[in-house]
Design a protein around this ligand. Structure first.
Ligand code: UD1
Length: 416
């Protein structure tokens, strides 16, 4: 399946079930290492990033197998502490295994992680947090060699609320003696889900969802079952798709609160939205209006992962919307592709100004990264004629089957 073909112009109608969250399940898969036994993950999305995490677990000597929609992981047979370069390059989240392996074994070895090219994505805060807990980290021949025989809990203040550094610090702190207090922690819902998983296996973590998280390390763990939270960015993508194409769609398995900044922007642009109790209903008619100024920010601000997706929904709006990307330096790579479809977007540094055009045209485009690729799906649904999206492996990192879901809503879309 090397490309997705969309014939735009059809309205969307119906109900769609949102998958479990990629950004929640990836740190949870790393966290399974903290318990030398079995865990069952329900609602685990089938994604290439999840497969990459499974490969890492298997390389480490653990077992992981699918049973229907559940993933069963057993780390009692874990026998290695190193992650080879090819698995590290697959995705950035592989670095979260560092904190978990250190907590379990006291040493770990890996290279620097890969992932979407969104500008420089250093891991200095991850490493500094682990060092504060007592880990000795050395770089030798492009590899990170880490030993942490006696990690001790203490206060760690992050200079910015990095999602990944918060997760790595929590996992390492689970293996440290005594209490760790993480200050200026990221408040993303996925961190709360990680806390719920950790508590389910017997770790003591509290405060996730706020900016101070407390971890009491070295607790006795046990087998557990955990249901992965809904993917708020996939939810945002389907909302943007209906906003762009027009129609009425109900999303199931969503948390309305997690999407409040996205729904506020879509409401500002003229969509009718209601929700609660795991559902969101969105109705869009005619051309949208401006969404004003959309500034990405750490949660509970507007998610950087939804920036490209919302931008794509507004390409045919009547008015001008200003995007300010404050999290990543290079997150407008999708814009050149949207230009091919007739979009009017100008960029100056971290600001993108979208001026709505009456028509978009189908074109041959390329997914530049995961969410940029999702933006092309949204734009393709609103364009006249045929859009062919290449490099769809970027999209498959985070979406189980967007073709299945959008086709079920009435879109003319196929894998080729
Ligand atoms: C996670 C999400 C990603 C989302 C991002 C921001 C996962 C798997 N990925 O990525 O989808 O776009 O949060 O919501 O959950 N930084 C440093 N030094 C560090 C770590 C981060 O300077 O050691 C910077 C980054 O370059 C970036 C900012 O901090 O500019 C935020 O990054 P971070 O929150 O760490 O994002 P990720 O965890 O990589």
């Amino acid at each position: 399946m090397s490309q997705i073909t969309i014939r735009g112009g059809r309205k969307l109608e119906g109900t769609v079930q949102v998958q479990g969250a990629k950004n929640s399940v990836l740190p949870i898969l790393a966290a399974t290492i903290l318990h030398p036994g079995q865990v069952v993950l329900r609602g685990c999305p089938r994604l290439s990033d999840v497969e990459a995490s499974i490969q890492i677990l298997r390389h480490l000597g653990c077992t992981a197998r699918w049973e229907g929609g559940e993933l069963l992981v057993d780390t009692s047979t874990m026998s290695r502490w190193d992650i080879p370069d090819n698995l590290m390059r697959e995705m950035r989240s592989s670095v979260i295994f560092l904190g978990a392996i250190l907590a379990r074994l006291g040493w770990a070895e890996m290279s620097y992680p890969g992932g979407c090219e969104l500008g420089p994505r250093p891991i200095d805060m991850h490493l500094s947090a682990l060092r504060k807990l007592g880990a000795d980290l050395r770089e030798e021949g492009g590899r990170l060699r880490c030993t942490a025989q006696h990690m001790t809990g203490r206060e760690i203040a992050l200079s910015i609320p990095s999602v990944g550094a918060t997760e790595n610090a929590i996992l390492a702190a689970c293996g440290a003696e005594g209490e760790t207090v993480l200050v200026n922690a990221a408040r993303e819902p996925e961190i709360r889900d990680l806390q719920e998983f950790l508590c389910a296996i017997g770790c003591k973590v509290r405060g996730a969802g706020s900016s101070t998280i407390c971890i009491s390390g070295r607790q006795k763990t046990h087998d557990a079952v955990h249901t992965v939270m809904p993917d708020r960015i996939v939810g945002a993508t389907y909302l943007a798709a209906v906003a762009a194409a027009g129609g009425v769609v109900e999303l199931k398995n969503v948390n309305y609160r997690h999407l409040s900044t996205v729904t506020a922007a879509l409401h500002e642009a003229g969509c009718k939205i209601s929700g609660g109790d795991g559902r969101i209903l969105l109705k869009a008619e005619g051309r949208l209006g401006s969404a004003g100024t959309v500034r990405t920010a750490p949660y509970p601000g507007f998610p950087t992962d939804a920036q490209a997706i919302l931008m794509a929904a507004l390409l045919k709006s009547q008015g001008t919307t200003v995007f300010v990307e404050t999290i990543f330096e290079n997150r407008y790579r999708h814009v050149d592709e949207l230009h091919r479809m007739g979009a009017d977007i100008s960029i100056a540094d971290r600001v993108a100004i979208v001026t709505g055009v009456p028509r978009l045209y189908g074109a041959e485009v390329r997914a530049t990264d995961l969410r940029g690729g999702a933006a092309l799906l949204v734009a393709g649904l609103a364009a006249e004629g045929v859009t062919r999206i290449g490099d769809v492996h970027h999209i498959q990192r985070g979406y189980e089957d967007p073709v299945r879901d959008l086709a079920a809503l009435g879109a003319d879309i196929v894998w080729e």
